[in-house]
Design a protein around this ligand. Structure first.
Ligand code: NCD
Length: 312
């Protein structure tokens, strides 16, 4: 099977979903149409039965060796909607890796029992390596990256982009919108991946707010400056709130690169408050990949602009 190694497609269709760069605009739009159709089907019993029969007999493994609540459960729920059975490995400590098995031998073992391996892994690049391994060995299995290190989180970015797509559908779409990204822009993989997907839209403007040590990394800054209509940066969230069509909040990712010190006051300084939200446009939206810490107080959950629970 001649699989294209750069984007893991076969005759234009995705075989493995391992990095955000795989998503070009037509593919994103196709996926959003499929998601809309699945949502519609799932509202009726015959529709739900149709979905449930679509992957009967297929098996998915959730290989999640890094903490996860939403991503893990969302894949489990999706598999259940489509009639797939699931199994899980949630720690390297209780797998044969503790006996010295290499990660790729473990993967090969997983492939003996499963059609699809969904991977959450602490180091970047592992999902891609697995996909390459399957291609090299002509193992007809599929890999989905459910979060790799601080690098990439393509499925979260799809969810975020789908949320924006639905939100702006009747308002000219995502093209030309101004998106404010706030928080740990250096180590947040969800926000990094979202920036990549936003580059697929026309005339988008992004505003960035973070403490200085948590600025968007140079590689993405360069891509952003080349692609977006406008990129503005500040340490003060107030500078941009009034202009934003969407505000994407993130938490401090202290599990990565713990040598980066961020003071409590720096963290508090970028959080949303009732007063700050009062500066936002009435039809803008507040998003967050979750989990949150204090950057969005729970009192804002009632604000009609909050979208983070639907986003899940
Ligand atoms: C994100 C992650 O794991 O990167 N969470 C998620 O998958 N919804 C964001 C985060 O942990 O801050």
């Amino acid at each position: 099977m001649a699989i294209d190694r750069t984007n893991f497609t076969y005759r234009g269709r995705l075989v493995h979903l391992v990095h955000t760069r795989q998503f070009v605009r037509p593919l994103l739009e196709d996926m959003f149409d499929v998601a809309d159709a699945a949502r519609r089907l799932n509202t009726s019993r015959p529709g739900a039965t149709y979905l449930k029969e679509s992957l009967v007999g297929r098996r998915a493994l959730l290989y999640f060796v890094q903490p996860s609540t939403r991503t893990f459960l969302s894949f489990q729920a999706a598999a259940s909607l489509l009639g797939m059975s699931t199994a899980e490995v949630r720690s390297r400590e209780i797998s044969s890796e503790m006996k010295g098995e290499s990660p790729l031998d473990s993967l090969r073992t997983f492939a003996m029992y499963h059609d699809l391996i969904i991977i959450r892994y602490p180091e970047p690049g592992f999902s891609e390596q697995c996909a390459g391994f399957f291609v090299d060995h002509d193992l007809r299995r599929h890999v989905i990256n459910g979060g790799s290190g601080k690098d990439d989180h393509p499925t979260q970015a799809l969810l975020d982009m789908y949320t924006l797509h639905r939100e702006f559908y009747s308002r000219g779409g995502v093209d030309g919108k101004r998106i404010l990204l706030v928080g740990d822009l250096a180590r947040g993989r969800a926000v990094r991946s979202l920036v990549h997907l936003l580059t697929r839209y026309e005339g988008v403007r992004i505003d960035l707010v973070s403490p200085p040590q948590l600025r968007l990394a140079d590689d993405l800054m360069e891509v952003s400056r080349k692609t977006f209509e406008d990129v503005r940066e500040s340490e003060e969230i107030e500078d941009f709130l009034a202009d934003a069509d969407a505000v994407y909040m993130t938490r401090v990712q202290s599990e990565y690169e713990p040598h980066i010190e961020v003071s409590e006051s720096a963290i508090e300084s970028y959080g949303l408050t009732e007063d700050r939200v009062a500066m936002m446009k009435a039809d803008s939206v507040i998003m967050h990949p979750l989990p949150r810490r204090n950057e969005i107080p729970i009192t804002l959950d009632r604000d009609p602009r909050s979208r983070y629970w639907e986003q899940v």
